[in-house]
Design a binder for this molecule. Structure first.
Ligand code: NAD
Length: 260
């Protein structure tokens, strides 16, 4: 379905981003991976996707908290593939602490990565998408783009901000064939959530098991984690012609969390 298209998925060396990059490659898109991690594992992922799906896959280790690094990554995508048709702004980190103890550097990091980096990648990707009269921008929101939880002030602020940015970009892209949407997952058991289980346990004085049962899955009515494959399936759908009229929306994939 996506043969001839190029997808840039930020934060795709792990978790949700990796699953989305894999599904987009399976649909025939060339892919630019991004993120941190072990060089050998990343190369195995890159070459494995090329081999399994007969597409071109490049990798940028750009630190998306730095505008120069983002500019370089976008230049590399242009040199390798001509431009980016599908942009998935997925990279994100979390930190859990009460506001009056929240480390200022963590606030700055989360706003820079989870919110500001999407502005930079989007502004740099849009001219190519407009010239092609087709583009898909998928921003990775969260249930925390709609509701709050205590001790996650920076994350909740960044994700709510990303919801506003998504709507604005959707309006600006509407007449150019560009569709911009926010995917809002509930809890997915990735390394990000694993770290959060530890942080929440510390902040609330609970064990890891108690946090999973009484905090994390307590909020999710299905009492089941959302899977990375389910989110990747939604991402592929949003790139399909069936989704041509879906623009500027917040799509919950949270087992009913935000229905409460
Ligand atoms: P993850 O920790 O598994 O992956 C995060 C990715 O971001 C990794 O590839 C990492 O290398 C990359 N990254 C981190 N800092 C970076 C930086 N400075 N520059 C570039 N890349 C960087 O996390 P995940 O759970 O897969 O989360 C992915 C996205 O999904 C995040 O935006 C997160 O907020 C969102 N999300 C996750 C959940 C969940 O329950 N896991 C729920 C809702 C939303």
């Amino acid at each position: 379905m996506l043969k001839g298209k190029t997808a840039l998925v930020t934060g795709s060396t792990s978790g949700i981003g990796k699953a989305i990059a894999t599904r987009l490659a399976a649909e025939g898109a060339n892919v630019m991976l991004n993120g941190f991690g072990d060089a050998k594992e990343i190369e195995a992922l890159r070459s494995g996707l090329e081999r399994d799906h007969k597409v071109k896959v490049a990798f940028s280790g750009a630190d998306l908290t730095k505008v120069e690094a983002i500019t370089q990554m976008m230049d590399e995508a242009k040199a390798a593939f001509g431009g980016v048709d599908i942009l998935v702004n997925n990279a994100g980190v979390q930190h859990v602490a009460p506001i009056d103890e929240f480390p200022v550097a963590k606030w700055d990091l989360i706003i820079a990565l989870n919110l500001t980096s999407a502005f930079h990648t989007t502004r740099l990707a849009l001219p190519f998408m407009k010239s092609r009269k087709w583009g898909r921008i998928l921003n990775m929101g969260s249930a925390h783009a709609k509701v709050a939880s205590p001790y996650k002030s920076a994350y909740v602020s960044a994700k709510h901000g990303l919801a506003g940015f998504t709507k604005t970009a959707a309006l600006e892209g509407a007449e150019h064939g560009v569709r911009v949407n926010l995917i809002c997952p509930g809890y997915v058991h990735t390394p990000l959530v694993d770290g959060q289980i530890d942080d929440t346990a510390k902040a609330r004085g609970m064990s890891r098991d108690e946090v999973v049962k009484n905090v994390i899955l307590a909020a999710q009515p299905t009492k089941e984690f959302v899977t990375v494959e389910q989110i990747a399936g939604l991402a592929v759908f949003l790139c399909s012609p069936s989704a041509d009229s879906i623009n500027g929306t917040e799509l919950s994939i949270d087992g009913g969390w935000t229905a409460q």
